[in-house]
Design a binder for this molecule. Sequence first.
Ligand code: NAD
Length: 282
Amino acid sequence: MTVANLTLNDGARIPQVGFGVWQLPDARAPEVIGHALNSGYRHIDTAHAYNNEEGVGIAVRESGLPRDDIFVTSKLWNMFHGRDATMKAFDGTMQRLGLETLDMYLIHWPVPMEDKYVESWKAMIELRDAGRIKSIGVSNFNQDHLQRLIDETGVVPVVNQIELHPRFQQRAARDYHEKMGIRIESWSPLGQGNIIDDPVLKSIAAKHGKGVGQVILRWHVEQGLVVIPRSKTPKHIDENLQVFDFALDAGDMEQIAGMDRADGRIGPVPTELGVVNLPPKE
Ligand code: NAD
């Protein structure tokens, strides 16, 4: 199945459906990501904090695919904000990945209480200008944080990766991102699997002869969002890419719009997450 590519504000192209690898142990990463690449995924979303960059690099190298065909994202962890720490953390990421260049590097969280995300952003601009990273973006930034990066550097992030799923639709954030040309990438696009049993989604899925996961991912895709679903199950990995051969109708979209909840957030509040140690390696 052909996966759509979207254009970022720096001209780079990103496959709209990627493969999220949070909670995938490094030792299993080559096998699971190998399956995803065989299945047709060409975009992998990892992070220093996921402790599996080595496995991601092995999967990319062992795939036999041309390096330019795979879009690899990693993220700067919260402990490494500031210019020098960012440079060092990036070097570590590239050593573990074993790759020459990174397609996209994101600041994982703004950590506003440290107030060093602008410094990290400037370091990332240097790395991009030196050709080591193709595209630079952020994750979990609110409008104030984004605007500050733009005001202080003139460089607009290509994406902001934020929690977004039918129970937490981030409607208030959408206009600003669109106006500034910042693509939203939906993390936990399936609500971490918690909404798979939702009766509204089940009835829409039955109507289209599709799985609930596919309906949710199609909902993201139709809104121009980039999605990075996670799974270790081959059947789900395959299914999650098969979302370009059907369309939701206006009634489906309206019903899903009605699932939005003010308290639907699963993850941390972005302004509250501080410096957290890297999780221990499994
Ligand atoms: P998700 O929304 O992708 O849900 C994953 C869960 O859904 C798993 O339990 C999986 O087994 C299940 N699942 C997957 N496909 C299914 C299907 N077709 N049918 C039924 N169940 C299915 O959750 P996530 O891992 O939180 O988010 C995806 C990715 O987003 C992560 O792997 C990571 O790359 C990224 N992420 C980023 C941040 C951030 O702060 N930037 C935070 C969380 C996640």
